[in-house]
Design a protein around this ligand. Structure first.
Ligand SMILES: *Cc1c(COP(=O)(O)O)cnc(C)c1O
Length: 387
C-alpha cells in the first residue's frame, strides 16, 4: 500500500524569492554573461571560504579537468584517488592519459583510507585527489603530511563539501586546490556551476586563462564604457566561465548556505534517531577528529541478508511508495572503461565494492519537513516488512 501523496524527490533545490527576483533583474539588465554578479559572487566565496582565489566555472567537472591539466599531469603519471566517487573525479585524471590509482575507502565513512596511500605511492605519483564524501572531510592532516613528504600536489574534490569544516577550518580555507560543485542537487546551486579555490597565484592565473579562451583579462570590461577592445591570447584556452544569471542565484545560495546545512543536520539527526536500531541498515559513521559535516547526502547501506531484498529492489519499492532515493555511487573501478584501460576488477577494493552494492541516498533537502521525513521512514518500514 503506497502513500496517496505526491512524489517526494531525494533532493530539491531551495531557491528564495529574493534569488528569483535577482535573476529576473539580471535578465532585464542586458548583461547575461560573466560580469558584475560573477565578480561579486567570487568576492563572497573568497570571504566565506577565507581563500585568496575563487574562480567560478560552469561545472566542478571543468575545475577538476583544468586542475589536472594545469599541474602538468600527463601520460605516464599517476594520481591517487578513491573509487567511491562520481566518475568525473577519475575521468579528469584518465582524460590527461594519466592513471587513476585507487585506494580502498574506510567502511564506515566511505572516505578514502588515508592510511593506504603510502602503499600505492610510486615514482610516477604526481598528486592525491581525495573526495569529501557526502560533505564529510577526509582526514586531511595526515594526507597533507604525506603530500609534503613526497612532494605531491593535492586536488580536493570538494563537490559535496561547501560549508564543511576540518578541525575548525572550512574546506577551501587551507591546503592546495579545492573544487566545489553548484550542480542542481548539491548543497547550494547555480543550476550548473562550480568553483576552484587555491592559494597558488600561478595556478589561479592558469585556471582563469583556461576558462576563457586564454584571454588575459576579464571579458566584461571589454564592452563597458571604460573597457578597451584590445585583448591578447596568451594560451589556447577553453570556455567554462560562469554567467551572471547563475551568479545572481549563487550569491543568494551562499548567503543561505549555513542555514541549509543546519536544516540538513537536523534532519540527519532525526534519521539517526529513528533508523539507528534497524538491523537491515548500516548508517554512515563519524570519524574521531573534529569536523563539521556538510551533509550533501545521507547515504545508508541496505544489508540484503537482513532486509530480504537488495538495494535495487529497495529503490524500486520506495519509488512505488512515491519516495525518491538515489545511488551515490557505483564504484568507479567497476565501470568498463576503467576495467578495460587500467585492468581493475571486482575484488580489488572490497570496502568500496560492498558500499557500491549496498548504498542508497535517502531524501534530504532543506525544505523537507519532519512530516516528509516521517513519510520516508514509514515507507521504508513497509518496504522492509517491519509493519
Ligand atoms: C557532482 C560531482 C562532481 C561534478 O560536479 P559538476 O558540477 O556536476 O560537474 C564531481 N565530483 C563529485 C564527487 C560530485 O558529486
Amino acid at each position: 500500500m503506497s502513500d496517496n501523496t505526491e512524489f517526494l524527490p531525494f533532493a530539491r533545490p531551495s531557491i528564495s524569492e529574493e534569488a528569483i527576483a535577482d535573476v529576473v533583474t539580471c535578465l532585464r539588465s542586458g548583461w547575461l554573461v560573466t560580469g558584475p554578479k560573477v565578480q561579486k559572487f567570487e568576492e563572497d566565496l573568497k570571504n566565506y571560504l577565507h581563500c585568496p582565489y575563487a574562480h567560478t566555472l560552469t561545472s566542478a567537472t571543468a575545475g577538476l579537468f583544468y586542475a589536472v591539466e594545469a599541474l602538468g599531469i600527463q601520460a605516464g603519471d599517476e594520481v591517487i584517488t578513491t573509487p567511491m566517487t562520481f566518475a568525473a573525479t577519475a575521468n579528469s585524471i584518465a582524460k590527461q592519459g594519466a592513471k587513476p590509482v585507487f585506494v580502498d575507502v574506510e567502511p564506515g565513512t566511505y572516505n578514502m583510507d588515508v592510511n593506504r596511500i603510502e602503499d600505492v605511492l610510486t615514482s610516477k605519483t604526481k598528486a592525491i585527489m581525495p573526495v569529501h564524501f557526502s560533505g564529510l572531510p577526509v582526514d586531511l592532516d595526515p594526507l597533507y603530511a604525506l603530500a609534503k613528504k613526497h612532494n605531491l600536489r593535492v586536488i580536493e574534490d570538494a563537490a559535496h563539501a561547501i560549508g564543511a569544516e576540518y578541525k575548525g577550518k572550512k574546506i577551501g580555507s587551507f591546503g592546495d586546490i579545492q573544487i566545489f560543485s553548484f550542480y542542481a542537487n548539491k548543497t547550494m546551486t547555480t543550476g550548473e556551476g562550480g568553483c576552484l579555490t587555491c592559494a597558488d597565484e600561478n595556478l589561479a592565473k592558469t585556471i582563469s586563462l583556461y576558462r576563457f579562451h586564454g584571454i588575459d583579462r576579464p571579458a566584461w570590461n571589454r564592452f563597458g564604457k571604460n573597457g578597451s577592445h584590445e585583448y591578447e591570447i596568451v594560451f589556447p584556452g577553453y570556455k567554462a566561465n560562469m554567467m551572471d544569471i547563475q551568479a545572481a542565484l549563487g550569491i543568494h545560495q551562499l548567503k543561505d548556505l549555513d542555514s541549509f546545512i543546519e536544516k540538513r543536520q537536523k534532519l540527519v539527526t532525526r534519521y539517526y534517531e529513528k533508523l539507528g536500531d534497524w538491523s537491515e541498515l548500516k548508517l554512515p559513521e563519524s570519524p574521531t577528529y573534529s569536523h563539521k559535516h556538510g551533509w550533501h547526502l545521507f547515504a545508508v547501506q541496505l544489508l540484503e541478508n537482513k532486509a530480504g531484498l537488495n538495494r535495487d529492489q529497495f529503490m524500486a519499492a520506495m519509488k512505488e511508495e512515491n519516495i525518491g532515493t538515489a545511488l551515490h555511487y557505483k564504484a568507479v573501478h567497476l565501470f568498463p572503461y576503467y576495467q578495460n584501460t587500467f585492468h581493475y576488477k571486482r575484488g580489488d577494493f572490497p570496502h568500496a565494492e560492498a558500499i557500491s552494492d549496498r548504498i542508497v541516498s535517502l531524501p534530504l533537502f532543506p525544505t523537507m519537513t519532519e512530516a516528509d521525513q516521517d513519510r520516508v521512514i514509514k515507507a521504508m518500514g513497509r518496504v522492509l516488512k517491519r509493519v
